[in-house]
Design a protein around this ligand. Structure first.
Ligand code: FAD
Ligand code: SF4
Ligand code: SF4
Length: 395
């Protein structure tokens, strides 16, 4: 699409400058000039009293976006258990829908999952679309995406949110490409633009140096993924009412991928996403052997082991343990950072932790700025001491 100012119509009144949410318009020689910050949201085109701004859209690509209503959430579940991120997204969806005066729907797919609809309603859904059957027992990106696409084609949501989990990351691009719409991955803030009513999806960009606010002006649904624990889980209200709608999608052909076997990931205990305590190791633990101490401390605290990127890159620990911008986002009750400097890309993944203990031999390490307790010293020695203290207390 291309945006143009019809100079013969523009009288230089400046109204478009005030309505542009992206400060993309200036006046030059009493005529509006549109700069690079323009995202084609269309607010100026709609608001110019003189019809002096025109967005030339690609033929056949425009949708009647007024027909799309409602905020949807993919209610991810595994083995019949709803993933925490689904509840977190329902909280965000409820806020967005209330701003728009629209409803919230959850999409629940699996085998024998319909009894889970009740809790989705308690967390904010007005409708739960249930797709059930033996073929949906295990996650299949083809089958699940087909169901979401068929549902969206029939019910036309305006916004569709998915968790940035392994499932959501695989599903969201399939859905968005089938529906020929945009998708913003790993959003950290979700909002509605007051002026245009558009869904503003904010995420870090350029290595975390700027926050980019992204909109999808011409296509629906507006799609976004959000990592687990980025949004706060709302309080459930089991007195809320809502409806369950069963849906039977048709799939052309059979899925190309088949689940042969499930293999439990080997590693250092509890998964990061579920842990209330995380003991995370950085380059300052100095030796891969010291990871055993980190693991022992995590076990004693009933927690999980996290890691900074360099020790993942060095092959000391699997990437699934990495915390940060290119790893997991976590928000445990207690985060112990051992030998981690506190680079912005690491902090982006753990700064929401309730209580942070940092161990570093450098008293000026940036991690101490966000730590509730700072311990200056050798990480291995201090972890050994903590282990000894905990063991003596448990004895
Ligand atoms: P360092 O920065 O090398 O810090 C080691 C710390 O250990 C120092 O503070 C030092 O004082 C201390 N130390 C040394 N010896 C001892 C000792 N004996 N006892 C106690 N302390 C000691 N990083 C992530 O972690 N997660 C990400 O997801 C991530 N994503 C990234 C994405 C991009 C696009 C980029 C550019 C970078 C990313 N990084 C990420 C890397 C990030 O910039 C940092 O390089 C990294 O977090 C540093 O890890 P560290 O703190 O373990 O190592
Ligand atoms: Fe020109 Fe229309 Fe903008 Fe007024 S609102 S400055 S007439 S483009
Ligand atoms: Fe600003 Fe939207 Fe107009 Fe672009 S289309 S200049 S972003 S109001």
């Amino acid at each position: 699409a291309k945006i143009i100012v019809l100079e013969e119509k523009c009288v230089g009144c400046g109204k478009c400058i005030n309505v542009c949410p992206f400060n993309a318009i200036t006046l030059e020689n009493n005529k509006a000039v549109i700069g690079d910050a323009c995202v084609m949201c269309g607010a100026c085109e709609r608001n110019c009293p003189f019809g002096a701004i025109k967005i030339e859209r690609i033929q056949g690509y425009e949708q009647d976006i007024s027909l799309y209503k409602g905020v949807w959430v993919f209610a991810e579940q595994r083995g019949g258990e709803t993933a925490g991120v689904a509840f977190e997204l329902l909280g965000a969806a409820r806020r967005l829908a209330d701003r728009l005066g629209e409803s919230v729907a959850a999409v629940l797919i699996g085998d024998g999952v319909s009894e889970r609809a009740r809790e989705l309603i308690a967390y904010g859904a007005d409708f739960v679309y249930v797709v059930e059957g033996k073929e949906y027992e295990n996650f299949s990106d083809e089958l699940y995406a087909n169901a979401c696409v068929k549902l969206a084609e029939e019910h036309r949501p305006s916004i569709f949110l998915l968790g940035a989990t392994a499932y959501g990351r695989s599903l969201a691009p399939r859905i968005s490409s089938s529906l020929e719409t945009g998708l913003t991955a790993d959003c950290t803030v979700l909002d509605i633009d007051e002026e245009s009513g558009m869904f503003v999806q904010t995420r870090p960009a350029f290595g975390g140096n700027i926050m980019a606010s992204i909109v999808c002006p011409a296509r629906r649904p507006q799609m976004a993924t959000v990592r687990p624990r980025v949004m706060k889980k709302p309080e459930p209200d089991f007195g809320r009412s809502g409806s369950t709608v069963m849906f039977l999608p048709v799939m052309a052909g059979t899925p190309k991928a088949r689940l042969l076997e499930r293999i439990q990931e080997e590693g250092f205990g509890t998964s990061l996403s579920d842990a209330e305590v995380i003991v995370a190791a950085g380059r300052g633990i100095c030796d891969s052997k010291n990871l055993e101490l980190v693991e022992e401390l995590a076990r004693l605290l009933n927690g999980a082991v996290g890691a900074s990127r360099p020790i993942v890159d060095a092959g000391w620990i699997d990437h699934s343990h990495q915390v940060g911008q290119t790893g997991r986002t976590v928000a445990p009750k207690l985060y112990i950072a051992a030998g981690i400097s506190g680079a912005v890309q690491h902090v982006a993944g753990m700064s929401s932790s309730d209580f942070i203990v940092a161990i570093n031999k450098d008293k000026d390490a940036p991690i101490f700025k966000i730590a509730n307790i700072g311990i200056v010293g050798d990480s291995a020695e201090i972890i050994k001491e903590l282990i000894a203290q905990l063991k003596s207390k448990q004895a």
